[in-house]
Design a protein around this ligand. Structure first.
Ligand code: GDP
Ligand code: IMO
Ligand code: MG
Length: 424
C-alpha cells in the first residue's frame, strides 16, 4: 500500500521537521514544499555535515529524490539562488530533480523593506517576524497584484507589474534611498533569475498526479507550525500562510485522497521564537537550561528561542485541525537530566478550567497552565535507536503523550543526526 504523507509542525515551528522529512524522504519518491518561504529553517545532520534549508525541500539531501516547490510557497529568488549555490558547494546535484510551480508568488526586495518598516511601526506590538518579507508577499498574492514565477518569462508583463508596484507601494518606495526600493534593480535581477528558474518550471499539480498514478510515494513538507497558522494559530502573532494539512492541498493542487497519513512533528517540550502568547513558557533557570541543552537558537535568524514545558492543550488543537494520525517526537534527549518533567494538561481562564484552546485565541495570553508532574528518567537517551532500549520512564512520558492525543508514535528522535532515531 502506498503511504503518501504530509509532515506538519504541531507547535510554534522548529519542531525538527527537517530531520523527520529527511528520514521519511528515504521511503518516498517525491518531496513537496507547500507553503511558507525562507522564514523556514530546516536542519539536517548527515555524515558530519549540517544542512539548513529554507526554501528547497528537505528531501534534496537524499540522492535522486524529486523535489518540488508548490504554488503555496512564496519564493525569494535571491535566497533561492544562495541555496542552490550551497547545494552545489556541497556536491548535491539538483538539476533535473528540483521543480517549481509557475504559480508560485515571489518575495522581492521591497517585501523585505516593507516587512521591516511594518514591524517598526507595530512598536511594542511587533510580531517578531523573520523579516524575510513573508507577510507583505502573501498580502500581494491575496490582493492579486503579486508577481509570480510565470511572469519572469514574459518581460513586458513583468515590467508592467513591477511598475504597478510603484503606484500601490508609493508610501514605502517613493523617495526611499534603500536599494530594496529600486524597482529597476529588481527587474534586472529577475531577468537573470528567469534563466536559472526556467528549466525548473513545471505544472506541479500535474507532476504530483502523474507520480501518484504511477504508484510513486509522495511526502508533503510543511513549514512553521500549527500555532503559527494564519487562520487557526495565535493570530496576529502568526505567519501569513496555512501551515496546517489543508495548506498542502491548496499549496500543491492535490485532492485529499492523495494524503494517506498526517505525521505531526512534536518537540518533547515547547519552543517559540518571536512574540505572542506562550502559556508554558519558562522564564527561569530551567528554561535557560533547556535552551542551552537543546541549542535553541533560530536556524534562520539566530534568535534565542523561548522555551517551556510540553503543552497538551495546544497539541490537542494541532491534532484536531491537522487530522494528525501519527507523531514524530523530537529532542527527547534534551530532557535527559530533568528530575521531573511537567506537562500542561489544562488551562485556567476566567475562573474556568478548560482542556481546549480558548474560543478567542487572543485570550491564550491570559491562560494559566495546569500541570501534571511526570518523573524524569535521568539517563542518557542520545542515539538510542530502539524503543525497547529507552528508559521505562521515558517510554511512560512518550506513551502518556500519545494516549492523551489519541495518535500513534511513528518516530522518536534522540539526537540531531539522521541515525539518532527510533522508527517505531
Ligand atoms: P524545523 O524548522 O522544524 O526543521 O526545525 P529546526 O531545524 O529549525 O530546529 C530543530 C533543531 O533541533 C535543529 O538544530 C536540529 O538539528 C535539532 N534536532 C532535531 N532533532 C533533534 C533531536 O532529537 N535531538 C537534538 N538534540 N536535536 C535535534
Ligand atoms: P520553521 O519552518 C519558527 C515565526 C516568526 C514570527 C512569526 C511571523 O523553521 O519551523 P514571518 O517571518 O513568518 O512573518 O514571522 O512566525 N516563524 C517561525 N518560527 N519556525 C519557523 O519556521 C518560523 N517561520 C516563521 O518568528 O514569530
Ligand atoms: Mg526551523
Amino acid at each position: 500500500m502506498s503511504n503518501n504523507r504530509v509532515v506538519v509542525g504541531c507547535q510554534w515551528g522548529d519542531e525538527g521537521k527537517g530531520k523527520i522529512v529527511d528520514l521519511l524522504a528515504a521511503q518516498s519518491d517525491v518531496i513537496a514544499r507547500f507553503q511558507g518561504g525562507a522564514n523556514a529553517g530546516h536542519t539536517i545532520h548527515v555524515d558530519g555535515r549540517k544542512y539548513v534549508l529554507h526554501l528547497i525541500p528537505s528531501g534534496i539531501i537524499q540522492p535522486g529524490k524529486t523535489c518540488v516547490i508548490g504554488n503555496g510557497v512564496v519564493l525569494d529568488p535571491i535566497d533561492f539562488r544562495t541555496e542552490l549555490d550551497f547545494l552545489t558547494e556541497e556536491g548535491i546535484e539538483y538539476k533535473g530533480r528540483l521543480f517549481v510551480s509557475p504559480a508560485t508568488n515571489l518575495v522581492l526586495p521591497y517585501h523585505k523593506l516593507i516587512d521591516a518598516v511594518e514591524e517598526e511601526s507595530r512598536g511594542t506590538g511587533s510580531i517578531g517576524t523573520t523579516k524575510r518579507g513573508i507577510g507583505p508577499a502573501y498580502v500581494d498574492k491575496v490582493a492579486r497584484h503579486g508577481i509570480r514565477v510565470a511572469d519572469l518569462f514574459e518581460p513586458e508583463r513583468l515590467r508592467r507589474r513591477l511598475d504597478y508596484q510603484r503606484t500601490i507601494k508609493s508610501r514605502y518606495l517613493e523617495g526611499s534611498t534603500d536599494e530594496r526600493a529600486d524597482l529597476d534593480r529588481t527587474y534586472n535581477m529577475l531577468l537573470e533569475m528567469a534563466e536559472i528558474l526556467r528549466p525548473m518550471v513545471v505544472d506541479v499539480s500535474l507532476l504530483l498526479h502523474k507520480s501518484y498514478r504511477e504508484g510513486k510515494v509522495m511526502l508533503y513538507e510543511g513549514a512553521q507550525g500549527c500555532m503559527l497558522d494564519v487562520d487557526l494559530g495565535t493570530y496576529p502573532f502568526a505567519t501569513s500562510s496555512n501551515t496546517t494539512t489543508g495548506g498542502a492541498l491548496t499549496g500543491l493542487g492535490i485532492g485529499p485522497k492523495m494524503i494517506d497519513e498526517v505525521v505531526g512533528v512534536v518537540k518533547a517540550y515547547t519552543t517559540r521564537v518571536g512574540s505572542g502568547p506562550f502559556p508554558t513558557e519558562l522564564i527561569d533557570d530551567c528554561g535557560e537550561e533547556i535552551r542551552r541543552l537543546g541549542d535553541e537558537y533560530g536556524a534562520t535568524t539566530g534568535r534565542p528561542r523561548r522555551c517551556g514545558w510540553l503543552d497538551l492543550v495546544a497539541l490537542r488543537h494541532a491534532v484536531r485541525i491537522n487530522g494528525v494520525d501519527s507523531i514524530a517526537i523530537t529532542k527527547l534527549d534534551v530532557l535527559d537530566n530533568q528530575a521531573e518533567l511537567k506537562v500542561c494538561t489544562h488551562y485556567e481562564l476566567e475562573g474556568q478550567t478548560i482542556d481546549q484552546v480558548p474560543l478567542d485565541m487572543a485570550k491564550l495570553q491570559y491562560v494559566k497552565p495546569v500541570y501534571k508532574a511526570i518523573p524524569g528518567w535521568q539517563a542518557d537517551t542520545t542515539g538510542i535507536t530502539s524503543f525497547d532500549d529507552l528508559p521505562e520512564k521515558a517510554k511512560a512520558y512518550l506513551n502518556y503523550i500519545a494516549d492523551d492525543l489519541g495518535v500513534v508514535i511513528r518516530v522518536v528522535s534522540t539526537g540531531a543526526k539522521r541515525e539518532e532515531t527510533i522508527m517505531v
